[in-house]
Design a protein around this ligand. Structure first.
Ligand code: PCA
Length: 195
């Protein structure tokens, strides 16, 4: 049995729910070969990543998957890469809004996810939920969490990745794409089964 630490974020940017945590919370505790530990993390630079790292030190996971909201996307997207940049359009939940700032002074420019992301995209699509790779996790908190984790576990056998999910229908007025929570939950479960 593998240990999977899976996280979702608190609501941010004026929303009162975050589909990432709603969906993570709704997952079964055991999926395929994985025992899940679920964690809600703050949408705040440094704090969010610190929470994941603290829990990871406690449970020693084999895999860490962070899930976040990407409003406006129309598919469940598996992030390919995290970049060493914070460039926020809005303040995080603690009011911090870094512009053109490295996450780690002298850190690598970027890290690639080491999850089997292509197989995961295929599995999600087979499940009937739209999914694709994404070549940018943005430059807000999600990218910073992924970068920090990939830096921390670089050279170890811990697998780390990030899945961005669309809005839920209740977050949009119909002009933005969305997926039902049930679809996002099925997408996450089928991706986890690939591990
Ligand atoms: N999405 C944001 C941060 C929290 C979340 O759910 C992002 O894409 O950076």
């Amino acid at each position: 049995m593998k240990k999977l630490l899976i996280t979702g974020f608190e609501p941010f940017g004026g929303q009162n729910i975050n589909p990432s945590w709603q969906s993570v919370l709704a997952l079964e505790n055991q999926i395929g070969d994985c025992q899940l530990t679920k964690l809600e993390i703050p949408t705040a630079f440094k704090r969010g990543a610190d929470c994941v790292l603290k829990k990871a030190k406690e449970i020693n996971p084999d895999v860490i998957i962070c899930v976040g909201q990407a409003g406006g996307r129309n598919a469940v997207t598996l992030e390919v890469v995290a970049i060493n940049l914070m460039d926020a359009n809005i303040p995080d939940n603690l009011g911090y809004k870094p512009i053109n700032t490295p996450i780690l002074e002298d850190g690598e420019n970027a890290y690639f996810s080491n999850l089997p992301i292509r197989e995961m995209v295929e599995a999600i699509n087979r499940e009937g939920v739209p999914s694709k790779l994404s070549y940018s996790a943005g430059a807000f908190v999600c990218n910073e969490v992924l970068y920090t984790l990939l830096h921390e576990y670089n050279g170890t056998c811990v697998k780390v990745g990030f899945i961005h999910v669309p809005f839920l229908p209740e977050q949009t007025d119909g002009t933005m794409p969305s997926l039902e929570k049930e679809q996002i939950v099925r997408a996450l479960a089928s991706a986890i089964k690939v591990l």
